[in-house]
Ligand binder design. Structure first.
Ligand code: IMP
Ligand code: MG
Length: 178
């Protein structure tokens, strides 16, 4: 694997924290008395999910599903593979899907369709990053953190070929200056 030269910071950890707090306050307003089930899409959302939940102080549960679409490329393969489905019963529950970044929209769309079939009381989407430039399917996003340019981003849970998830800031690869 050729290591690309990183890293240009697009959003600092402070900007991320402010954004997560803003989302948490919107979610608190809408879900504080609903005992929602937050469903994180692995792997990318693990860090965002942890910080988001840390900022919520009302009854809620969490779950994870794992899907994969990218392989080692920077563009979606278009094929979504479910590596781990949901195990919790969601019928009549208020379900909030938590995603790190929505790009083509194919992954979250796939997850939404499969959850919808299980008849939740409500089904909404919260994403930290919305990258609308290459959207292939229309996805209703209820809570958006930041709208980002058409760059391949790494850090804060986001990977390139499984690397760089540990970076505390959201960065882009240096060969892709904005
Ligand atoms: P989509 O199916 O094209 O919307 O892509 C969704 C998933 O691909 C996200 O949940 C991420 O895990 C990953 N992804 C999309 N864009 C990026 C990026 O810029 N960097 C890293 N991962 C990304
Ligand atoms: Mg993801």
């Amino acid at each position: 694997m050729t290591e690309p030269t990183i890293t240009c910071v697009l959003y600092t950890r402070q900007q991320i924290e402010t954004t997560v707090k803003k989302l948490a306050s919107e979610i608190t307003h809408d879900y504080a008395h609903k005992n929602p089930l937050l469903v994180g899409i692995l792997k990318g959302s693990f860090m965002f999910m942890a910080d988001l939940v840390r900022n919520l102080s009302f009854p809620l549960e969490i779950e994870f599903v794992r899907v994969s679409s990218y392989g080692k490329n920077k563009q979606s393969s278009g094929k979504i593979a479910v590596m781990q489905g949901i195990r919790t019963r969601i019928k009549d529950r208020h379900v909030l899907v938590v995603e790190d970044i929505i790009d083509s929209g194919l992954s979250v769309n796939y997850v939404l369709e499969s959850l919808h079939r299980k008849k939740p009381a409500s089904l909404k989407v919260c994403c930290l990053l919305d990258k609308p430039a290459r959207r292939q399917v229309n996805v209703p996003i209820d809570y958006t953190g930041l709208t980002v340019p058409d760059k391949f981003l790494i850090g804060y849970g986001l990977d390139w070929a499984e690397q760089y998830r540990y970076l505390p800031d959201i960065c882009y690869l240096e060969d892709e200056k904005p």
